[in-house]
Design a protein around this ligand. Sequence first.
Ligand SMILES: Cc1cc2nc3c(=O)[nH]c(=O)nc-3n(C[C@H](O)[C@H](O)[C@H](O)COP(=O)(O)OP(=O)(O)OC[C@H]3O[C@@H](n4cnc5c(N)ncnc54)[C@H](O)[C@@H]3O)c2cc1C
Length: 377
Amino acid sequence: MNILVSGAGIAGLACALEFGARGHDVTVVEYARRLRLTGTPIDIRGAAIEAVDRMGLLAKIRKQRVRVSELTRFVDSRGEPVARIPMAEISDSDDDIELLREDLVRILADALPDTAVIRFGDSIETLTDSGDVRFASGDIGRYDLVVGADGQHSAVRGLVFGPEEDYLRHLGVYFALADLPGEAHSGGANSIYNVPGRMAGVFRYRGKAVANFQFRSAPIDYDHRDLNAQKKILLDAFAGHRSWRIPELLEAARADPGFFFTSASRIHLPSWHRGRVVLVGDAGYCPAYLSGRGTSLALTGARFLAEELERCGNDHTTAFARYEARLRPYVAFAQDRVEGGRDRIVPATWADIAARNRALRALDTGIAETQRAEENP
Ligand SMILES: Cc1cc2nc3c(=O)[nH]c(=O)nc-3n(C[C@H](O)[C@H](O)[C@H](O)COP(=O)(O)OP(=O)(O)OC[C@H]3O[C@@H](n4cnc5c(N)ncnc54)[C@H](O)[C@@H]3O)c2cc1C
């Protein structure tokens, strides 16, 4: 089949690999001029581990494993650690793999077969559910299938399923990321500092450091491609906050051309397919970054879709329905787990921050006591 994929993120690259490996011709259209490599570490869990194993990439991915969350501490305004991230609570199992988003993007892109090409700097401008496409560049094409893997603000979804506001539920938190080129690259602990309704953090990995900000807010209307407007939203949200390293980290955000800004939002559609068009990853079922499961859903979704297409002898109507029925329980599980993540990372008040720290310290003591009991029965 001749398949067009919109978006060269995790979902789009995984689709290109899965379809390409099954002999389909795949064109990936990505509006950025190159692969987008920004991002804090992401997690591969559960069925997604099997998906990357079947792609033949598990060993490569395991080699790039990092332990950023494990080395993260909540700190007070002097930078003193006050609590740790409860790894046992946020992991599904010891097999979970934390790795840099950029490493995963590179590994997937390097593994693309000759039958898959990426067309950078272009995007779909018009699209029908029978697969007729006009690109922003002016080119036109007709495809057997069109896959919308273009993220939370998917253009394919907008063109075929309707406006974003019908499907997006804002979860009350925004997220920003900026490079910290001057930060020491020591193996020291990573830090998260809170003031009510806001967090600022520093994460270091492999000779790199990034500043991360999250803040609670009602929905904000902004242009998803206007970096300066997004930086201003962040600066306004932290205006007047000068404790810990906040001013210095905001300065880094102001200066970073690769600045990344997003919202914690859930995407829910009654159906992920229409005619020859199907959605994969955040475009169809974004669970919000707070779930820690967006990447795993994207990888698992790509695999289930390609497998069902193969199983159904390329009868896309049946394959799409089977893909959706198979993946829905994973999506429901991931989407159910976001509120706890938000309250832990961005507590709303000083009292909530103190309560979070107390609860995490108690959990830590409990874990230490259990370990001691197991070691000295
Ligand atoms: C630059 C970047 C940084 C990120 N950082 C983090 C992070 O720090 N923590 C975290 O939890 N999640 C992060 N994410 C989101 C995370 O990668 C996804 O939630 C998850 O991996 C699911 O991937 P996806 O492929 O569905 O969506 P994405 O990874 O968002 O990929 C979508 C791709 O589609 C492209 N695209 C968008 N619109 C169009 C269009 N109209 N035409 C063509 N292409 C288009 C985008 O440029 C992108 O390459 C980030 C995403 C991006 C793009």
